[in-house]
Design a protein around this ligand. Structure first.
Ligand code: NAD
Ligand code: DAU
Length: 355
């Protein structure tokens, strides 16, 4: 069996659902259920004995040690994190506590468990750490895409905390021999994406007749990858990634933010036209920029393609269509995640961003 952390969040839930659709290997899912964790994402597994859900913190060493001893996983996949850059600007401490201290405590419990395994299972064990391209900082417009040897230059409390966890993971391999693999992925989008992030925020705001807030000049570039392709890359990295290595994961799909907004508006104009017959484009509003906003991310995934034979199955054009269709078909999910706490966050982040 495998132990997944953060499996009630956006990417973790997609990973668990895909894993159990493709194999019968059980999953123990450890998630603290912060504002970003949602049991409803996993509702289809409620009666499935292959999925064991445990509410808890990766920073609780005793709890993690107990789960490892009881379930004897062959793999640990660490998704658990605070993941939103804007929240890290308003409140960095939670990012340090989970992404740095939590990752450290998880690693420590895993190291002790792994050291006690019989030698054949010890050699086959993997700790897969899910990280981000944001650790590399910001690219100039014509600079080549990030490779695994780019220097770490994190610019936000979020990316600095992820960089710290990556360094700890690396150190546990070099010092203790723990068989770790790290993946550094670009921006994901797809089903179950919490609408604090750009693409789901655009979809839910557009449909609710609210403004579509574009930070700064809207010309920041992100390299978008459909979440199912990220999950496939992680499965490859678990089975054939080399211990101690890092792999960049990306969609070769760089888009300026304003182009993403226009694409979402055009598709919604076609599939769910506004009652007044006007375009959703009219809801676009340029607002105050994010402090320290990274200008461009782009991933060179050639190591993953060459060594592990992974390529994305979706283009941005196919993935965004699937995503918007999912949100149109899951209006109940959308309305349930927009709780009071969500509305408080929207106020915190957007009230002071005048157009
Ligand atoms: P998310 O915020 O949607 O989900 C995070 C999950 O972790 C939630 O279910 C939350 O309850 C859980 N969690 C938080 N703190 C925890 C703790 N202390 N103990 C246990 N569980 C805890 O995040 P996501 O977008 O699904 O990202 C998952 C991972 O992938 C993160 O490590 C993130 O840095 C990384 N990543 C995300 C993207 C992206 O575009 N979303 C891209 C590259 C890498
Ligand atoms: O690159 C990988 C990273 O992608 C992950 O590590 C992070 O966990 C994930 O949140 C994401 O970070 P970004 O900051 O790039 O994603 P976000 O969806 O917050 O923003 C995408 C772009 O859109 C970014 O340039 C900021 C901009 N933006 C965002 C919001 C929420 C806006 O213009 N308006 C908005 O309201």
């Amino acid at each position: 069996m495998i132990l997944v952390t953060g499996g009630a969040g956006f990417i973790g839930a997609n990973f668990v659902l895909d894993w159990l659709a493709l194999s019968d290997e059980p999953v123990v899912n450890l998630d603290k259920l912060t504002y970003a964790g949602n049991r409803e994402n996993l509702a289809s597994l409620d009666a499935d004995a292959r999925h064991v859900f445990v509410q808890g913190d990766i920073g609780d060493g005793e709890l993690v040690a107990g789960l490892l001893a009881r379930h004897q996983p062959r793999v640990v996949v660490n998704f658990a994190a605070e993941s939103h850059v804007d929240r890290s600007i308003h409140g960095p401490e939670a990012f340090i506590m989970t992404n740095v201290v939590g990752s450290f405590r998880l690693l420590e419990a895993v190291r002790v468990y792994w050291a006690g395994l019989p030698s054949d299972t010890r050699d086959a064990f993997r700790f897969l750490h899910v990280s981000t391209d944001e650790v590399y900082g910001s690219l100039a417009p014509a600079a080549p895409a990030f490779t695994e040897s780019n220097r770490y230059e994190p610019n936000s409390p979020y990316s600095a905390s992820k960089a710290a966890s990556d360094h700890l993971v690396r150190a546990y391999h070099h010092t203790y021999g723990l068989p770790v693999v790290t993946t550094n992925c670009s921006n994901n989008y797809g089903p179950y994406h919490f609408p604090e992030k750009f693409i789901p925020l655009l979809i839910v705001n557009a449909l609710a007749g609210k403004r579509l807030p574009v930070y700064g000049d809207g010309l920041q570039v992100r390299d978008w990858l459909y979440v199912g392709d990220h999950c496939a890359a992680i499965r490859r990295a678990i089975e054939t990634g080399r211990p101690g290595e890092t792999y960049n994961v990306g969609g070769r799909s760089e888009k300026p933010n304003i182009d993403v907004v226009r694409t979402v508006c055009h598709l919604l104009d076609e599939w769910q036209p506004r009652r007044d017959g006007r375009s959703y484009l009219e809801q676009i509003e340029y607002v105050k920029d994010r402090p320290g906003h990274d200008r461009r991310y782009a991933i060179d995934a050639s190591k993953l393609e060459r060594e592990l034979g992974w390529w994305p199955a979706e283009t941005f054009e196919s993935g965004i269509r699937k995503t918007i269709r999912w949100y149109l078909d899951h209006a109940d999910w959308v309305s349930r995640v927009q709780s009071g706490a969500y509305r408080d966050w929207v106020h915190t982040n957007y009230a002071a961003r005048a157009a």
